[in-house]
Structure formats: C-alpha cells, structure tokens
Design a protein around this ligand. Sequence first.
Ligand SMILES: Cc1cc2nc3c(=O)[nH]c(=O)nc-3n(C[C@H](O)[C@H](O)[C@H](O)COP(=O)(O)OP(=O)(O)OC[C@H]3O[C@@H](n4cnc5c(N)ncnc54)[C@H](O)[C@@H]3O)c2cc1C
Length: 693
Amino acid sequence: MGTFMFDDGPISLRHELRALMEEKLPPEWLGPFTADPEDKAMSDAFCRELAARGLLVPEWPAEFGGSDMTLDRGLVIREEMWSHSEPRGGQYYGPNWIGPAIMEFGTDEQRALHLSPIARGAVVWCQGFSEPDAGSDLAAMRTRAEPDGDGFRITGQKVWTSWAGWAEWCFLLAKVPTESDDARAGVTVFLIPMNRKGIEVRPIDGLPGPHHLNEVFFDGVRAERSEVLGRVAGGWDVVRAALSHERVGIARYARSDRMLSRVASHVAVDRPSTLRSDWMRARILNRVSRLVCRRTLAAQAESGSLEFEANAARLITVRADQFAADVTSDALGAAFFEDRSTAGAPFGGAVEFFWRYSQGATIASGTTEMLQLRLVSELKKGRRLSAAEEVADVGEAVTNLIGGVDRLPALRRAVDDPSSRQALRDAMTEMISGLDPRDGLDSAEQAAEVARRCGMAAAPLPIEAMLLARDGVPVAWAGPGGVLEHADLYDRWLLVGEEPLHAIYRAAPLGTRTGAFVVPEPDELTHAPAPGPADAPLALALQSGYILGALETSLDLATRYACERVQFGAPIITRQAVGFRLADVVAELYGIQSLLHYTLWRIDRAPHKALSDALALRWYAVDLARRSLRVAHQALGAIGLTYEHDHAMITAALQPRLRLPFSVGHTLDRVVDAVRVVGFASLFPPDGEPHAG
Ligand SMILES: Cc1cc2nc3c(=O)[nH]c(=O)nc-3n(C[C@H](O)[C@H](O)[C@H](O)COP(=O)(O)OP(=O)(O)OC[C@H]3O[C@@H](n4cnc5c(N)ncnc54)[C@H](O)[C@@H]3O)c2cc1C
C-alpha cells in the first residue's frame, strides 16, 4: 500500500498556499457566500491567481490547462482551500468533478469549449439535479427534454441549486422520452448556459447562508444536440461516475482540523471534562475521516470509481464534520453567537459559520441514508473489507494454521482443552519466526495481518505479544496489577506501558469463560531487558489488528444471518433498522483499517512520538467494538447469545482485549495525557502542543 496519503507533504506547497491566502485575502475572511458582491469579486480574482500559478486544476492533464500534478499535490490544495473557508467559492465544482466528467464523457468540441474556462478560473458551474419531487429518489425527476428539430426543449424545475445565481453554466439532468419502465432510463446530462432564454433563478434563504440554495425554472429552454454530455439517455452512468469523485473530493476534515485546533485554548485540557473528551474524540474521528478520504482518492486514481469505499468514506466524513462543528461550538460557549457580523468575534465568527454550514453535510450530495442503502446492497452481494495484496500470503498461511474461521475451531478446542493452546502457540511461533514488526513498515504490516487473521478466528493466543517477543520472551502491555490474557502460556513476560515496567511476571491460574484465559495475579517480579520505543505502541496497534479481524467476523456472521433470516415475509437485512446499522459498522471497519495502516506508518517513522497515535487507534477500535458487537448481537436475535453460535464465542473471547490493558474510557483519558507529552499529528497543531514529528 502506498503511504503518500499519510503524509502532509509537499510542505512547501502548503506554505506557498498559506502565504498566498495571507497576501490576497483579508484576515479571517469566510469566503464569498455573503450578500456583498465584493466577496464574490475577491473569490473570482483569487481563482484567477491560482490558475495563473497552475494551482486551480493541478491534477488535470496539461493539454486541458492543468499542471499534470500528482494526486498528493492536488490533495494539499484541496485541504488548504477547504480549511481556509474555500476561497474558490462556487468554482470548486468545475475543477473537482464537472471538468473531469467532461474530460471523460465529453466530445472534443465540449472539451475545447468548457475545460479551458474552468482551468483559467473564469467560470462558475451549478448542478441541476434535485427537484421538488425528486430528492433522494433522483430518478423520479420530472424535468423533460422533448425532441425539437435537431435538439431539445427543456421544461421543469430544479431546487436547492447552489450558486445558480452566479453560475454561467449548468450541469443539468433532464429526461428524454423513452419506452422503458426503468425510472432511470431517459436521464440525460445537458451542459446549458444559464443566460439562455427561459431560465429563471430564485434564491432561497436558509441556514447555509446566501447563494447556497436556489430554485431554477426551465420554461421550454432550447438545448442543442451538441450540449448533451455522453449519450442521450445515458446520463445515469455519467452521474454515477461523476458523483463518486464528488463524494470524497471535499476535504471537510481539513476545516475541522483547523477549527478544532483554533478552539484548543477554550478547552481545559489539563483536567477531566466531557468537553475535553469530546474534543479529543473529534480529533481522532477527524483523523480517520482524512485517512479514508485520502485512501479512497488514491485507490480511485488507480482503479477508477470505487463506490463502496467512496460511500464508506463519505459516511465517516460527514458525521465527523458535524461532530467537530458541535464540539467547536460547545467550546466557545456564549461566544458562539458572535458571528461574522460581530466586531471582534472569536476567529471572525468562523465557528458559527462552520456550524451552520455543517448542518447540511449529511444531506447535500445525497443523504447519509442513501449511502447506507448502497452499502447494504454491497453487503448483500457479499462485499467485505479487503486486505492489501502484499500481505495476502501470510494471512492465508495463518488462517490455515488455525484451522479456518468457520466454527472457530482453535478457540472451541482451547475452551474444551486449554492445554491445546500450547501446541498452537508452538506452531504459530514457528510460522512467525523471522517476522519482527520492528523491522520496518512492511514487516509491521505483515505482523498486523497475522494479528487480524488471528482475530478473525478468535485464535486463543497472545499473538501480539508473540509477534513482539524478544529472545523468546513475549512483550505485552499488561493491565493494572499485571493482569494478562494467556499469561499461563509463558513462564516469563516482558511488560511495556507508558512508563515501561521493565519487569517479568510469572503466570498464575486461569479465570472464567468471558476471559477464559485471563490470569489475575502475577506472583513474581524480576528485572528484564528494557523494551525499545516501538514496543509499547506496536503492542497496542497489533492488538487493534486482532480486534479488527474479530469485528470483521462478527459483521460477517450478522450480515449472513440477516440475509437469510426471513421474518414478516422478507429477509431482515431489508429492514433499515437492521441493514443501516450493519452499513455503519462496515464503514467504520474501513475506518479502523485505515487508521491501523497509518498508525503503523507513524510508529515506523517516529516511534518516540507514536504513543498518542497507538492509543488513539486503540480507542477507536474498542469504542467501535462495543457498539458493533451489540449491533451484530441485535441482528442475530437469541441465537447469537448461545455458545453454539460463533458470535457468542467471539464476543466472549474478545472481552480481555477490550478491557485490557484498559477499557474504552480509560483509553481516551490516556490519549489526552499522551498528547500532552508527544503531541498528535495534525494539519493544524494547536498552539502549545508538543510537535508530533
Ligand atoms: C447545502 C445544500 C446544497 C445543495 N446543493 C445542491 C445542488 O447544488 N444541486 C442539487 O441538485 N441539489 C443540491 N442539494 C440537494 C440535495 O442533493 C438533496 O437535499 C438530497 O439529495 C436529499 O433530497 P431531499 O432534500 O429532497 O430529501 P428527501 O429525499 O425528501 O429525504 C428526506 C429524508 O428522508 C430520507 N429518505 C428518503 N428516502 C429514503 C429511503 N428510501 N430510505 C431511507 N430514508 C430515506 C432521506 O435520507 C432524508 O433523511 C443541496 C442540498 C443542501 C443541503
């Protein structure tokens, strides 16, 4: 897996953009969405400036006016723009997805006509999709394109059309007559100038502020055949391809990152409080949001449109955005009401502005429910998370060694006969010999895959500790008092933690079934060699890999059951109360997987600074585990509670890893403490926080 998407670079480009914004835009400028035409003029001038520097459509091919820049540079530009209130204003549709759609589906004439003005920063486009009776159900649109000589006459109404009052062009959907019963048949994309006779725009006032919402009426508007993008009646495919780019094209997380950083002085980080916890959670969720967006864009750049990933990423992103807006608003207290019109408002009123705009995040460009519906349909088709090809071999070998996942054979054997773990331990030790996660990122990725595969089968082994073993002595992060899972499997343990204990504990007897292999008390303490700086964060990261694997199996069991179980005449997955929760879980699993890769990369690059990263990963994993196991149990009904069913076995077997070395709440407290010592890598680190390296 490529790692550029973890990086903040190229840093010099970030600096160039920040300097440019400082020079060209007023301090605390919140963009052009005001009633003042000066703001729009400023945005237009800024777009032209970006274009002149080759920064408006950086990733476009040079032949279309772009700079042939790599995706990483394009991402830096999107992040810097969005975090500074998107000074491109209404122009970002063009560079982000309308231009690429014209490149992909347009004729040579259309490319010649449209791409250059977008690349020069000289045109605003609007998107005419939604209608009064066609919102989520876009195919129900009524706007008609009746054949008229060589062309068409378009009649109908669009609504919520952002920037329609500014736009020179509209990316418009209308239906041509067709014999087909399919509601999507006939949908056609038209590229229509907004000054054409028969078009009327009426603004709608609301929470997002001026220019965001409009009605647009089309009264017998003439459209030429040459203004159809793609095939006549082939518009649905164009829209699908275009929107999968739009879904992850907006760097919402960048603004959240900056806002969370700016309100840091309003959050009492030195004492426990709900606000402090929320603020830290928002930062972690925002990190996940950034990772899934960047990862999806990188994957799409290689493989074309990836709906599953794009939908999962967007679900995570818009929710994180709204949470960040709530937390930053809470942090300000009554100062929240000092908006951009109040002289001396904190950050020029940016927090209130952010909060208002974020209210539409889960609605605009398709609601979260539509994302969930699409994720459910992928789950029904058997779609699951996939691992990187580079680790597939080691993963297969581990699954074979533990006897597969179905019926959790290794776990069931160990519950009946705890001593069977010793043979399994020996076989696994042999298999992983030579694999040291401290040997670089590739080795760490392989080790994480070993842990994940063990988790998928709830293998009864302290696999993380085994992977980290030094001279045959397993390395673990023990709970308070040295409580360890599977402590009886080894005579000696090397324990790590925030402050390494430099101690070896001796094993004691077994505990109960929900922690079948937890050993309550160490009975001997001796000195041991000091662990390295990567040991503690790796212990947590590999443990999260195990948890990820177990949650994947949990989701798979619940999904398969929900597809097969018929109640009230239909499979229960077709009920949104069941399906949507499963969709949320699969999206968040994509989140943990991305955060795990990132954390391994951080540990490899800056092990001394990576404890906050590893703790954040653990918090995300255990917090999700608590919720997702419950979702799966609920979907499974009573059968999932029986030990005959694999789900009850997984739930019980996972408890030690969810509670040791510390539970979810304690984990979050530790993240906050660790951040005070080593920082937390962010695009906009808060003032006074240690530099995360
Ligand atoms: C700030 C903003 C800017 C926008 N800009 C544009 C634009 O430029 N161009 C444009 O064309 N549109 C734009 N939109 C419109 C946007 O695409 C629609 O709002 C969105 O598609 C939802 O449609 P709707 O508002 O009619 O809600 P509805 O479709 O009426 O849905 C209402 C609620 O019901 C839920 N729902 C509907 N059907 C189902 C179902 N089958 N199962 C479960 N739940 C369901 C929805 O998820 C939602 O929660 C914008 C919207 C906003 C908020």
